[in-house]
Design a protein around this ligand. Structure first.
Ligand SMILES: *Cc1c(COP(=O)(O)O)cnc(C)c1O
Length: 387
């Protein structure tokens, strides 16, 4: 059995002395929570994305929540959510008292299937929440066409999509809303953090809602130029990003293009190392897509193997390779399954993909020899358990 000496973590953080120095600078300043560094991060990230408006928040979940709020989603409304996503995409719809309508994904890049979305639209549909799964953009044009002339908004779950482009348009540069995540495992991390981009008027309402409903830049009230006076215009939430987190983000943003270059090299190396294995289906990018390559999700052809996906993961673990699964589909999660009586077969593509998928390590800190260890381990498991 081929085995590396030490366990290879699936996705460790890519933090350097630059982030540590920026955090220390903030800790030694007079302002540590939402303030000048957060503002600077918004300006720099907004410029990078080409965002019409941007607010930094303390998570993508928060960004999705205030995004749905400013769109006026509420009880009686339906919001279309892909079955194959992280639970937060559907949970926020529940927070609004609305109903998440779970729709299947396309078999190719595993993003929301526009044909099935069209079939799922009802007079109650108020929003669609496409997810750019693994960093590959969802097919947005048919979704925007479907919404045209109807009271249906699009709020992109862009947690994986920094930086992703769809037909040459950067995710986050449109006037419709997009929610980004800077969670520890994401392509750019502030440990915990997020942002909402889109139309400036909507984004400023989201800012107010995420800062207790205060009607002015509340942090400025402690500044020499500020005033102690504020008014609460909405019963808002506590979703602000700290300057400590923004410090990390400022330095991560400087490194992002380098991270992305490395991700693309690693993807090419996986293709070279695994592309000939018939028991494995590697991820591909559509010609109209520029993926952020957040995840590298391979799918097993179980008919060609004597073990299932879970055993495949155990075999990789025995060879000191950490992997993950993204995700148990939402319609198969107990809460959603029981509340809405979903069966796995209601979203058959997501359910089938789930039984076959393994996410292999893909992060900028992965060395060439780490990657070759993954390739060797995968090849060893396939060779050993081929039918
Ligand atoms: C990570 C993630 C989220 C939530 O992001 P947080 O910043 O942790 O709230 C939402 N949707 C998807 C698809 C994610 O991967």
């Amino acid at each position: 059995m081929i085995q590396r000496d030490t366990f290879l973590s699936f996705n460790p953080p890519a933090l350097s002395d630059a982030e540590r120095a920026e955090v220390m600078d903030t800790l030694n300043s007079e302002w540590v929570t939402t303030g000048p560094k957060t503002r600077q991060f918004e300006v720099e990230l907004g410029a990078y994305l080409g965002a019409p408006g941007i607010v930094a928040l303390n998570s993508c979940t928060a960004a999705l929540h205030v995004g749905l709020s400013v769109l006026g989603i509420g009880p009686g409304d339906e919001v279309i959510v892909p079955a194959l996503t992280f639970c937060a995409t559907a949970n926020v719809v529940e927070h609004m008292g609305a109903r998440p309508v779970l729709v299947d994904v396309e078999p190719g890049q595993l993003t929301l299937d526009p044909i099935r979305v069209a079939q799922a639209v009802t007079p109650r549909t108020r929003a669609i929440l496409p997810v750019h799964y693994a960093g590959h953009p969802a097919d947005l044009d048919p979704l925007f066409a479907l919404c045209a002339g109807r009271d249906i908004a699009i709020l992109e779950d862009a947690a994986h999509a920094l930086p992703t482009s769809y037909r040459g348009i950067r995710v986050g540069s449109r006037s419709s809303l997009a929610a980004f995540s800077f969670y520890a495992t994401k392509n750019l991390s502030t440990v915990e953090g997020g942002a909402l981009t889109g139309d400036p008027a909507l984004v400023e309402r989201a800012r107010t809602l995420g800062h207790h409903g205060m009607n002015r830049d509340a942090w400025k009230r402690f500044d020499r130029t500020g005033s102690w006076y504020y008014e609460v215009v909405l019963p808002g939430f506590k979703y602000n990003l700290t300057d400590i987190a923004a410090s990390i983000g400022l330095q991560q943003l400087k490194r992002l293009e380098g991270f992305q270059r490395r991700r693309r090299q690693l993807v090419a190396a996986y293709r070279d190392g695994l592309g000939d294995l018939e028991a494995l289906r590697l991820p591909v990018a559509q010609p109209w897509a520029e993926s952020s390559w957040h995840l590298y999700v391979v799918r097993l052809d179980l008919a060609q193997l004597r073990i299932d996906r879970n055993a495949f993961i155990e075999e990789l673990k025995a060879r000191n390779i950490g992997t993950s699964v993204h995700y148990l589909p939402v319609h198969m999660q107990p809460y959603y399954r029981e509340k809405y009586h979903y069966l796995p077969a209601d979203c058959p593509v997501a359910a089938d993909a789930f039984t076959r998928m393994v996410s292999l390590p893909l992060h900028p800190g992965l060395s060439d020899s780490d990657l070759q260890d993954v390739v060797a381990a995968v090849r060893d498991v396939v060779a050993r358990f081929r039918v």
